[in-house]
Every structure is written in C-alpha cells, then in structure tokens.
Design a protein around this ligand. Sequence first.
Ligand code: 13P
Length: 314
Amino acid sequence: MVQMISPKILFKHCYGKYAIAAVNVFTMEQIHGLFSAAEYSNTPIIVQITPASRNYAHAEMLMAMVNTAAKIYTKTIFALHLDHGIEEHIFDAINNNYTSVMIDASHDDFETNVKRTRAVVNKAHKKKIAVEAELGVLSGVEDDMDIDVSKAFYTNPQQAKEFVERTACDSLAIAVGTSHGAYKFNGGKGLQLHILKEIQQQLPGYPLVLHGSSSVNKNDVAEINKYGGELAENASGVTDEELKEAIGYGICKVNIATDIRLLWAKVHRKFFAEQPELFDPVIPGKEYMKTCKELLINKFEILGAAGKASLIVV
Ligand code: 13P
C-alpha cells in the first residue's frame, strides 16, 4: 500500500466536504501521537516539518522518524510537507522525497512573491512535488518570525486569482484574520469568513489553506497557569464552528502547531508539579503521546476527516 501521497490527491478528495489536519512535528512523541491518532481514526493527515524543527531535531532525524512511523502505523495515509520554507530548505526537501513544500514569500511585495513562488513551482513540479504559497500576512509568532498585528494584512481576493494563475501553485495559504500562536484575534476582528468567501468565488474548486488554526483550549491554558505557567488571559483560538464553516469556503488544509505545544506544556507542568521527586522523561512522555493522540482524534472529527483514509484511492 502506498502510504505517502501527494496532498493534491487529498485535496481532490476533501474539497468542500472536510479538511486535512496539517500538524507541525518537532519530536518523537508528537510523531507517535499524530500517526497513532491517524491510524486509530482512519484519517488522512499532513505531517509538517518546518525549518525550525529541522534546526532542532535535524532534517535526517525527522525524515527517519516519519519513515519509521509509516512502518509502525501501516494503515496511515499521509503527505509530508515543508511548512514556511525558504529556498534553501525547499530545494533540500525537493531532493529528499517530501510530497509538498511551502514557499512563504508573503512578506515580500506582490511581484517578488510571484517571482519566488514561480521559481519554486518550476523546480518542484519537475519532480511532481506540490507547492503551497501564501498571499497576505498573518500576525503572531511562528518559529523564528514574530509579526506585529499592525503589519498583518488580509488576502486580496482578486490578487489571489492573479497570483494562482501566474505562479501555478497547487494550493494557497490565505490571511483571513487568524494568526500563529496562542494569542489570535488580538486585533479584535476575528475570522473574516466574508473575505474567505470572496476568495473562493475568485478561485472556485481551488484548495485553500488556513494557517493559525489552533483552537487554544481554555482548559489547557488554565491548567498551564495553575501549575506555574504565565500565559495571558487573552489566549484564544479558532472555534470548531469557524473551522467547519471555513471548509465550506474551500479550506482543505488546516495547520495546527500551538494546540499540541500547549498540551505539551500542560502535561509536563502538571506532572512535575504533582510529582516533584520524579525526573524520568519516559513517564510524562507517555502521557503526552496518549493525550496528543486523543487531542488529534478529536480534531480530525471536528474537521470531518475521521474515517476517510481508507476511501482515498491512490
Ligand atoms: P497555530 O499556531 O494556530 O497552531 O498555527 C500553526 C500554523 O499555521 C503552522 O503553519
């Protein structure tokens, strides 16, 4: 059975009906959590590696872990994606069998974004690797970037159409009010579904990507703070209802990183606060893998993706 497939196959299957969770992984525990959730709930997934995770765990280590996870969880169907790439990492990923890459030139002016994206598309498509690009700027903290709310701007729907036509990118990440990290909607405006709708009207049937999609569970934030954390009260994320509505407007890929990071902080803070005499990483590590699996199974259900992996014909 072919397990690692192009996200283009996944998007064709899910468009307008459900969305694929694209989960950023940095550690073995997160990879176990993600693959075991996917296998348990028969859900197609996108495994996301970022330049920062490659810098942390090493690109080879991550690749080996993903390949090994596929051998352990033999029923999983997944795409392997480089999130927020720059050319150096993208060309390495293209040569190392990723099934898709993201070129994030959204901070450049429109023409430069078109030019950089087109150059990546030309290289990637020669190897049948899909390309995600981004138009519009999200605020928030993602890996090494910290974008102030005042510098963020929404995607212009007309420009989105022109951008896709000129670059031939396979999916487009759009800025419609979400932001990376645990403090979304600080600008107070919330998810701009009407802009998303306009983008879909300009690009009917075309797969759109929502970055900054974590829900920032209030209970997790409260637990983190109860056990010594200092997250601000205004931590908040995208609601389940907003995610469901966005799927109807062409969102096929929903990026998640913060939710499993908050969970990590909660599990470990609670564990060591309650059992300060312990120091073995294996015990909280097991708890983290288990709860990560549960969190992701729930996420797949919200996105309508649970039960869909075995229906995908490669
Ligand atoms: P969150 O910070 O909402 O999890 O978003 C992650 C993301 O968009 C990765 O590209």
